[in-house]
Design a protein around this ligand. Structure first.
Ligand SMILES: O=C1O[C@H](COP(=O)(O)O)[C@@H](O)[C@H](O)[C@H]1O
Length: 369
């Protein structure tokens, strides 16, 4: 189904880390030949060599790969071709280190919106934001919108001319931000200003930018302080944990499955308390960032992933169809407790999905233990 039609997938399954660790699949003898740079990893996984490299945990056959999922699919493949560690376990079922990442149990409904073109997806994104804004203003007189960086700001042009948003009642935040001056080409604030915020009548005091020129730890504390100062009437707190409940968070999807600045298998991704974290030595430059925590993202009323273009096809397929060990794909840890998670895709980014076999009642991700 394409264009504005969408598929609705049912409840997310519950996965505990214990359960995830208990399951490993074998290498795939009939898997497609790996691209250059992946061979050693694949051989390593197939032959079970202990050459000091981390053992790569794999997941069971999801039915699409004869003989099992190719090794690189079950782990976290960097754009460089390097497979990053999923576990330090030396072999299947033995020497298991407790995994810090947890899938929590939710009733999240996932809706995948698949558009014919990127332009239509951008228009769909603008419509989604307008609807969320109108519902929020009607309910509490304010709308809290959270933006990502990367490619997302460039997709917001139709929102600048969309009718129906009361910008005077809108508050704009950043799910993550690079610790750079606002004038830097790496600044998400700068990109958001150029693409959207300078074109709409949002009061500058309601745009919550990172402070400039602070050590990253202080920048995180300062940003969290700014969020705490937003009146609860506009930004309510969740009953469970007292996290801020944003009306809508727009997430990008990194090629390694990162969301915000929560990268695979990093400590920040496992954090279960706090609102804003400093990130140092980010695997993606620039190295210093601040990020909202996963509990904050999962406390939102609605979260929408926006992943457009062929460059996202592989990671979209892995995230939506292949259950990874928790932490290996941070995007799979996004399960808003409010229950609404949407994916906005276009035909190129959905290219590797086996959409025809999806139907009502399918779980997300489709391969489950
Ligand atoms: O560094 C970041 O990357 C992700 C993904 O960006 P994209 O360019 O691959 O779309 C982004 O969502 C995040 O906010 C940003 O800081």
């Amino acid at each position: 189904m394409l264009a504005s039609s969408h598929m609705r997938l049912s409840r997310l399954p519950c996965h505990t880390s214990k359960r995830c660790l208990a399951v490993r699949a074998q290498a795939a003898p009939s898997a497609p030949a790996p691209a250059a740079g992946k061979a050693s990893t694949r051989q390593h996984a197939q032959e079970g060599k202990d050459d000091g490299q981390p053992f790569i945990n794999l997941i069971p056959n999801n039915g699409r790969w004869e003989g099992g999922i190719p090794p690189v699919m079950g782990a976290h493949l960097m754009a460089s071709g390097v497979v990053s560690p999923v576990s330090v376990s030396k072999g299947a079922g033995i020497d298991v280190t407790p995994h810090p990442f947890q899938y929590h149990d939710t009733d999240t409904d996932v809706t995948v919106l698949l558009y014919v073109t990127a332009e239509k997806a951008q228009a769909g994104l603008a419509k989604l934001v307008v609807e969320a804004a109108q519902a929020a203003v009607k309910a509490k007189g304010a709308f809290t919108l959270v933006l990502s960086g990367g490619s997302l700001p460039s997709l917001l042009a139709p929102l600048a001319t969309a009718k129906g948003i009361d910008w005077a009642k809108t508050h704009v935040f950043f799910v993550d931000e690079r610790n750079v001056p606002h004038s830097s080409p790496d600044s998400t604030y700068k990109a958001a200003q150029e693409e959207l915020l300078s074109k709409v009548p949002v009061p500058p005091a309601q745009v919550y930018a990172i402070a400039e020129g602070l050590p990253v730890e202080q920048a995180a504390i300062q940003y969290e302080g700014r969020l705490i100062s937003v009146p609860a009437a506009a930004l309510p707190r969740s009953a469970e944990g007292g996290f801020p409940v944003f009306d809508l968070i727009l997430l990008g999807l990194g090629p390694d499955g990162h969301v915000a600045s929560l990268f695979p298998n990093r400590g920040e991704t496992a954090v279960t308390s706090g609102w804003i974290l400093p990130v140092k030595n980010s695997p993606k430059p620039p190295p210093e960032r601040i990020t909202m925590t996963l509990p904050v993202i999962n406390a939102a009323k609605e979260v929408a992933f926006v992943a457009l273009g062929a460059g996202k096809a592989e990671i979209v397929q892995r995230t939506l169809e292949v259950q990874a060990l928790p932490g290996a794909l941070p995007a799979q840890l996004v399960r808003p407790r409010g229950g609404k998670l949407k994916w906005l895709l276009d035909v190129p980014s959905a290219e590797h999905l086996d959409v025809a076999s999806w139907g009502e009642g399918k779980q997300w991700p489709r391969s489950t233990f």
